[in-house]
Each structure stands twice: as structure tokens, then as C-alpha cells.
Ligand binder design. Structure first.
Ligand code: CUA
Length: 189
């Protein structure tokens, strides 16, 4: 507030200038957010969902591809590697996932109770897992070794304790283990 009364029309001009200033600031913020989306999308090779695939959440455990005996990593007769997993409060099944390096690996996952998600280490393997939907993507791991796979969607009080491990094996070692057609995991029995 100024002590002296402003001259006629001054307050109008002040308001217009302030509005213009804020319009520039808001436009700048929007431009910054868009630039961040483009940058992270390209830089992290983010993979937007390609399609919608639904699944009956009430029968996930009972029949179909997500029954317990089918979870883990499968090497198909065509040589394709598929990882199937389920997320529930507060764990992933399986808790330890085996994948080969330098080969395309397709993940197929769903959730049974709340929205979960995961990211594998610093790779671009990153998705949400939503009850009633099958999340799927294909990626390739360049480095062998163990990676952490935390849940990255807040799913309840146990969220921060929800994570799995991913073991990336050299292709020859993976193919040797996968030869008999069993579902592979690295969960200690
Ligand atoms: Cu599951 Cu957070």
C-alpha cells in the first residue's frame, strides 16, 4: 500500500502489468514442464503403454497365465523370454527374478489389490501394475549382475518395504538354466 493516492488510471495499469507478468511466469512454468516431459521421455526411453489388456482380478490366482506355477521367467520354444509376475500388498511374486543380458525380455505383470509398480535398477524397465490390467513391455538388459526392483507407486503402509531382486545372467548361463522349460526364479527354496 502506498501512502499517497495514486493518480487516475494508475491502479489499472499496475494490475495489467502484474497480470502480464504472471501470464509470462505461468507460460514459462508450463513450457518448463513440457520440456521436462520431452527430455525425460527421450532420455530415459520411457515406454508409454501400447495397448489395453484386461484380466479378471478375481481369478488371477486360479486360472490363466498368472497361476503360481507359471510365475517367473519362461523361455518359449521360439526362444522368447517372458517374465510373469504379480504384485500384492506388500510383495512381488516371484521375489527374485532371473533374466538374461543382451536378449529381449518381455515382462507381463498385474496386481491383485492396489496399484503397484516397479522399476529395475537404473534401467528403463519401469511400469505401473494395476488390478484388472496386464502391464507388458519388452526391454533388454545390457549389464549382468543383481538389480533392486522397488515398488514405486504408493500402495499402503508397507510400500517402502515392497521390493524384489532381479538377477541379470550372461545369456549362455541363462540358456543353460532355462533348458528344461521350468519357470525360473532365484527365490531361495
Ligand atoms: Cu506396492 Cu508400493
Amino acid at each position: 500500500m502506498r501512502a499517497a493516492a495514486p493518480p487516475e488510471g494508475a491502479s489499472e495499469a499496475t494490475a495489467a502489468a502484474a497480470e502480464r507478468r504472471w501470464a509470462f511466469i505461468v507460460a514459462g512454468i508450463i513450457a518448463l514442464l513440457l520440456a521436462m516431459m520431452v527430455f525425460t521421455g527421450l532420455h530415459w526411453a520411457a515406454m508409454p503403454p501400447s495397448r489395453v489388456e484386461t484380466i479378471d482380478v478375481n481369478t488371477v490366482h486360479l486360472r490363466g497365465e498368472f497361476v503360481e506355477s507359471n510365475l517367473g521367467t519362461a523361455l518359449g520354444p521360439d526362444g522368447k523370454v517372458t517374465v510373469r509376475l504379480i504384485a500384492q500388498q506388500y510383495s512381488f511374486s516371484p521375489q527374485c527374478i532371473v533374466v538374461p543380458a543382451e536378449m529381449p525380455v518381455t515382462f507381463r505383470g498385474t496386481a491383485t489389490d492396489a496399484i503397484h509398480g516397479f522399476i529395475v535398477g537404473k534401467t528403463n524397465a519401469n511400469t505401473m501394475l494395476i488390478p484388472g490390467f496386464v502391464a507388458t513391455f519388452t526391454t533388454r538388459f545390457s549389464k549382468t549382475g543383481e538389480q533392486l526392483m522397488p515398488c514405486h507407486e504408493y500402495c499402503g503402509t508397507g510400500h517402502e518395504a515392497m521390493w524384489a531382486r532381479v538377477q541379470v545372467l550372461p545369456p549362455a548361463e541363462f540358456l543353460e538354466k532355462a533348458r528344461d522349460g521350468e519357470r525360473l526364479t532365484c527365490v531361495s527354496r
